[in-house]
Every structure is written in structure tokens, then in C-alpha cells.
Design a protein around this ligand. Structure first.
Ligand SMILES: [Zn+2]
Length: 76
């Protein structure tokens, strides 16, 4: 087989892999921004994601129902 074609195939494959990795990294970075707030029931510091704001969830400590507050009301 011609080495030039082989190199081209490898080059295209490498570009595809790099593209997928970069794309996934950018997405996971967006999804992995964690914020914190306190459970109104047990005062436990809970972690949530920006995309969970306004959604209902369960406290991992007391299993109470919580609503993830806006980012402006999050704590450090
Ligand atoms: Zn709780």
C-alpha cells in the first residue's frame, strides 16, 4: 500500500479523534460547573449544576425535596 495514503488516513483519523475530544471537553466543562447551597431542612451543603437551577432534587443527607436556587443565591 502507498504510504502517502496511509499517512493521510491516519491524519484524518487523528483529526477526528482530536475534534471529538475537544468537543466533549468543552461540553463537560460547561456541565461540570458546580454550585453549592444549603439544604433548608438539615443545613447540609449540597452541590448542584448550573443546568439544575429551578429543578427539584433530593437532599443527599435527609432526602428532603429541594429546589436548586439561582446561581446568585448559591454559596461557596
Ligand atoms: Zn437535607
Amino acid at each position: 500500500m502507498d504510504t502517502t495514503i496511509l499517512l493521510m488516513v491516519f491524519g484524518v483519523a487523528a483529526c477526528l479523534v482530536a475534534g471529538v475530544v475537544l468537543f466533549r471537553r468543552r461540553r463537560s466543562k460547561e456541565d461540570d460547573s458546580f454550585y453549592h447551597f444549603r439544604c433548608p431542612k438539615c443545613q447540609r451543603r449540597l452541590r448542584y449544576l448550573a443546568r439544575q437551577v429551578g429543578h427539584k432534587g433530593k437532599c443527599s443527607n435527609c432526602s428532603g425535596e429541594v429546589v436548586f436556587p439561582p446561581i446568585s443565591q448559591s454559596i461557596d
